[in-house]
Design a protein around this ligand. Structure first.
Ligand code: HEM
Length: 138
């Protein structure tokens, strides 16, 4: 019985080592984007709520960390590119991330100052940024 278990365990280890990483698995860049997405959702529900100011500031900081963590990563769609098209893609990706970073810094200032209307405008500008870059890069 014990031997059968041992055999099964080593057979499973062997099979999983042979399996390629599933194409369905999130890339490291996609994982960071999901963190950004989660923060964006949180902000969308509370950006106009002055009692949530501290929470919003923390959320923005977490999004900024994810933006910075994204910078050295190569998104999954870039894996199919080579040469100049890869260079162009990565330049566009870097530009999108710095624009997102700058907008998040502005948003942080607006939230810290309690300027709700500026914060709302910045959040919708960030949503536009997302749409523009996703249509180019995803
Ligand atoms: C608030 C703004 C943004 C949000 C909420 C957001 C959210 C997301 C989400 C949820 C994904 C899908 C992850 C998955 O595959 O499940 C994604 C993918 C992606 N986003 Fe964003 N994004 C934003 C802004 C941007 C910007 C400005 C850029 C430009 C650099 C960008 C570039 C990408 C790329 C390249 C992917 C594909 C990553 C991969 O598959 O490896 N995103 N994003």
């Amino acid at each position: 019985m014990k031997l059968a278990h041992l055999f099964l365990a080593s057979a499973l280890t062997f099979i999983s080592a042979l399996m390629p990483i599933s194409a369905e698995e999130d890339s490291p860049a996609a994982i960071q984007m999901k963190h950004i997405g989660k923060g964006f959702k949180t902000l969308s529900t509370q950006i106009s709520d002055p009692t949530k100011k501290e929470s919003s500031l923390k959320t923005i900081d977490a999004m900024l960390l994810a933006v910075n963590a994204s910078k050295p990563l190569i998104p999954a769609p870039a894996g199919e590119l080579k040469g100049d098209s890869l260079k162009t893609y990565m330049r566009e990706y870097a530009k999108g991330l710095s624009e997102l970073e700058a907008s998040l810094q502005d948003l942080k200032k607006a939230v810290a100052a309690g300027d709700t209307s500026a914060a709302q405008n910045l959040l919708s500008a960030i949503n536009k940024l997302k749409k523009t870059y996703h249509s180019d890069l995803r």
